[in-house]
Design a protein around this ligand. Structure first.
Ligand code: MG
Length: 267
């Protein structure tokens, strides 16, 4: 099943995508008691609705260096436990929304295509074995990163936290095997990342368990599970697309920040 959120007639709806159609559902997938058997109504063409980010997370936890080859790409040793950081909920955008290039602070903005876990039930101190019971499904994420600021700041908050730096979508696929799906990132039609999640250092169940031993995960929260090798920079007007087997394609364009954006200065 491919769950989505969409805007139609100025209202936000939950839905299911089937082929080129979207059906409305009345059940709330984030109620904590979502059974997975849903009543469909109101068929619309996908082209007639505006897909939103499929979840509205209270927090996004992201994982650094979770693919062996990506660690090698940055000359870093393999971590002994997951390295986590957070992206603010205000960074979330949906399919076809624009990533705003924060040129007032950064001159190097990268894409990082990632598999994202979407939590379905409140999870606190769950085991890796039980983790799947707390997962609603999986979506595509782009962990957009101001790489120059990541190097300059000790914390990742600024480099990873600008508004629009967390594209999510297009849907939450509930039935994929997260241990072996291919993630691809395309920049302006060129394939730049292409790796199976088999190459993860810590798999999604280990990550849910680990994070849930740090903080309570709420329905709708997202864990972005790290990026494979091949990250690279984006420029205004670029088109970036994260594609994951069984989920679909998350496509966003890069837009220049508005000319009247205030330049921060210390006074
Ligand atoms: Mg990342």
């Amino acid at each position: 099943m491919k769950l989505c959120r969409f805007l139609a007639s100025e209202k936000v709806h939950y839905g299911i995508i089937e082929g080129e159609s979207v059906f409305e559902i009345s059940d709330d997938p984030f109620s904590g008691s979502f059974a997975g058997s849903v009543k469909k109504s109101g068929q619309r063409a996908l082209t007639d609705v505006k897909l939103l980010a499929p979840a509205a997370p209270s927090k996004i936890i992201a994982i650094g260096l979770n693919y062996k080859a990506h660690a090698a790409e940055f000359g870093k040793p393999l971590p002994e436990e997951p390295m986590i950081f957070m992206k603010p909920s205000t960074a979330v955008i949906g399919p076809d929304d624009q990533v705003i290039y924060p040129a007032h602070m950064s001159h190097r903005v990268d894409f990082e295509g990632e598999l994202a876990v979407v939590i379905g039930r409140t999870a606190k101190e769950v085991s890796s074995r039980d983790a799947r019971d707390y997962i609603l499904g999986y979506t595509c994420a782009n962990d957009v990163t101001a790489r120059d600021l990541q190097g300059k700041d000790i914390q990742y908050t600024r480099a990873k936290g600008f508004d629009t730096f967390a594209p999510l979508g297009p849907c939450i696929a509930t039935d994929i095997d997260p241990l072996d799906v291919t993630i691809q990132t395309w920049l302006n039609g060129d394939l730049r990342q292409n790796t199976s999640t088999k190459d993860m250092i810590f798999n999604v169940y280990e990550l849910v368990s680990f994070v849930s031993h740090v903080m309570t995960l709420l329905p709708g929260d997202v864990i972005s599970t790290g990026t494979p090798p091949g990250v690279g920079k984006m420029r205004p007007r670029d088109v970036v697309e994260v594609r994951i087997e069984g989920i679909g394609s998350l496509r966003n364009t890069i837009a220049e920040g508005k000319a009247f954006r205030k330049i921060w200065s210390h006074s």
